[in-house]
Design a binder for this molecule. Sequence first.
Ligand code: 5GP
Length: 177
Amino acid sequence: MIQIKDKTFEVFIPEAGLAEKVAAVAERINRDYEGKNPVFVAVLNGSFMFAADLLKKIRIPCEITFVKVASYHAMHSTGKVKELIGLTEDLAGRHVVVVEDIVDTGITMEQILAQLRTHRPASVKTAVLLFKPEALQRDVPLDYVCFEIANRFVVGYGLDYDGYGRNLASLYVLREG
Ligand code: 5GP
């Protein structure tokens, strides 16, 4: 058990379990993208550990680039707008794999995909560490998913609680009760 600020968390997926699934997803990508020179677009901050471990297991020629999602309240009917920042790579005609830590409602992924598509890539697929099916509100393509999890709050392996916990090698879940 660990304490982060005012909350207690317990181990949910240990380091070895994460490594095994990440390696399995990497193998599928190695097969599917042979000869395609994919460009991985990793979404910071949360995906930094997943992206590093995934890419270490990719053996085909590839590139990786990093983006951030900036949320702001705009004068817009849908409320929060999420803008993709830091994209310097020319994605036109490229096979893109978005690398994201977690898909919860799917709103973030939906907006990332919409903005990437304006760059006219040859294809776009998604690789996500965690997916919470119960929370999903948007129809987003989830091509490579390491773990489907219950609708609980998790930290570690890149994911934070109020900025803390990203450094943890295992994934932890908030203790209930
Ligand atoms: P969505 O737009 O799919 O609802 O949310 C995606 C974002 O919400 C993730 O990139 C992540 O920042 C945050 N998020 C959703 N669930 C969790 C969780 O259980 N733990 C943490 N640390 N962040 C989460």
